[in-house]
Design a protein around this ligand. Structure first.
Ligand SMILES: C[S@@+](CC[C@H](N)C(=O)[O-])C[C@H]1O[C@@H](n2cnc3c(N)ncnc32)[C@H](O)[C@@H]1O
Length: 235
């Protein structure tokens, strides 16, 4: 844990923090150390927060940090599987960071009160990002903003979502890059790192004789290369 009254968030959690609305009632699902709500409370950027975790060990870490930084009046730790022990009145913005995309998707599915256009979801999946994006669209969530951040040589994405079935995202490129555009160095790195895995998958599909699926992935790769201004790289 960083010492002193204020501390720095890494690039990944700083990106999540930047997507939280000022003054919001925050719920941080899978909080572990509670760095995100503690930092936002110290910065005076949130009204209240629930720091939720399903396991007692991480929750004890959260409680220690809440006390250490003296933000007990703003941040409360709570044992909760997903949002099961949280009420809709406690939540404007709900963060899921550092968790698998499939787990995030399952928790969203079983929490009907999230289907409220006034609520915002800030999602920072570590795995199964394509599956999460597809599930968001199926569940009627629109991706309002998405950006990438770098930390320790890894590049992560974080997306701000809201319930808006009429504007949910579709299209061939969407599951692979979401709303990431090529306008920051981090976003460009995120897009560039999609290329090699897509090629590997397309080559595998071609070997299995599924030419149509391989060509679809080739098209996605071509469009990402065009976004990066490097059409020659898609060959
Ligand atoms: C890798 S940590 C992420 C910590 C922090 N959010 C971050 O991004 O740095 C994932 C946390 O999610 C918690 N978790 C896993 N399944 C959960 C669930 N169903 N509900 C709430 N928390 C869960 C784990 O106990 C763990 O503390």
């Amino acid at each position: 844990m960083p010492g002193g009254r204020m501390f720095s968030l890494g690039g990944r959690l700083a990106l999540c923090a930047s997507l939280v609305r000022p003054g919001s009632r925050l719920v941080d699902v899978g909080t572990d150390h509670a760095y995100l709500p503690v930092w936002l409370a110290l910065a005076g950027r949130i009204g209240r927060a629930v720091a939720a975790d399903v396991r007692p060990g991480p929750l004890a870490r959260a409680e220690r940090n809440i006390r250490k930084y003296g933000v007990e009046a703003t941040v409360r730790a709570r044992l909760s599987d997903g949002l099961d022990a949280v009420s809709p009145q406690e939540a404007d913005d709900i963060v899921f960071a550092g968790m698998g995309g499939l787990l995030i998707s399952r928790i969203l599915l079983r929490t009907p009160w999230l289907r409220d256009p006034a609520k915002r979801l800030i999602l920072q999946p570590m795995t199964s990002v394509e599956e999460l994006r597809r599930s968001l669209s199926e569940q009627g969530f629109a991706v309002l903003r998405e950006r990438a951040a770098c930390e320790d040589g890894h590049v992560y994405t974080a997306m701000l979502c809201g319930y808006d079935p009429a504007n949910r995202m579709t299209g061939r490129l969407y599951p692979y890059v979401g709303r990431i555009s090529a306008d920051t160095p981090e976003n460009r790195l995120y897009l560039a790192r999609r290329m090699a895995p897509l090629k590997k998958r397309a080559d595998g599909l071609r070997r299995e004789g599924d030419r149509k699926a391989a060509e679809e992935l080739d098209e996605v790769r071509g469009r990402i290369a065009a976004m990066l201004g490097r059409p020659e790289e898609s060959n």
